[in-house]
Design a protein around this ligand. Structure first.
Ligand code: SF4
Length: 208
């Protein structure tokens, strides 16, 4: 911060910190650091789901949204929703392999930090530039558009949801990146509803 580099804290909320994370938000306010709160942790990338006992229930996730709204996040949530709703069907679903990919210490290359089961190349037999330009898996990933998620195209909650191939894949034992866990849809619906109720209350019952 002294060097004027923008700083953000990412704060996943789990069973262990669901009653305390609010202190991180307040610490962020006091220190002028934005705290991004994420109440739905990803399933582990080995597809076992062994970390999901730490994930909040839908009811607990709703309480996190309530906290966020009372702590001043309504405008941010609303602005993100407008940006997502404005995306076109032909827009790429994700930035993976268009601007970045990840490399493990052992030289395996994968699309993003949470998708380490999806190896798209290895530095054992190719250099970075060759993988970036020639990997067939990368070429496929770059072609995936929003419209490939048919259920999401006209979804009324799409502004409150991040459709994510990595989180879908990790959620499914067979690694299917297109099969969406119902929980994600329920969370998006809940967030949308809570924001609408909050804004209606704030405006004295008018439209949001
Ligand atoms: S809420 Fe479900 S259907 Fe709607 S955009 Fe998100 S993942 Fe797709």
């Amino acid at each position: 911060m002294k060097a004027k580099i923008p700083v953000q804290i990412s704060c996943p909320v789990m069973k262990q910190n669901k009653d305390d994370f609010i202190n991180v938000i307040r610490w962020g306010y006091d220190n002028n650091i934005y705290v991004a709160v994420e109440p739905v942790i990803f399933a582990s990338y080995d597809h076992t789901g062994e970390n999901l006992s730490n994930r909040l229930s839908l009811e607990e996730i709703g309480k996190v949204f309530d906290y966020e709204l009372t702590e001043g996040y309504a405008e941010t949530i609303s602005n993100f929703a407008k940006e997502k709703e404005a995306l076109k069907d032909d827009d790429p679903i994700c930035s993976i392999c268009r601007y970045s990919f990840c490399i493990s210490v052992t030289g395996e290359v994968y699309p993003c930090v949470g998708w380490q089961s999806n190896v798209i190349g290895t530095l054992d037999n190719q250099n970075l530039s060759e993988i970036w330009k020639n990997s067939d898996k990368i070429k496929c990933l770059r072609k995936i558009k929003r419209k490939d998620f048919v259920k999401c195209v006209d979804c009324k909650d799409k502004g409150y949801c991040t459709v994510c191939m990595m989180s879908n894949s990790n959620e499914n034992q067979d690694g299917d990146a297109f099969r969406i866990n119902e929980l994600y849809c329920n969370v998006a619906k809940l967030k949308h509803e809570k924001l609408t109720i909050y804004r209606n209350k704030s405006s004295g019952g008018g439209k949001n």
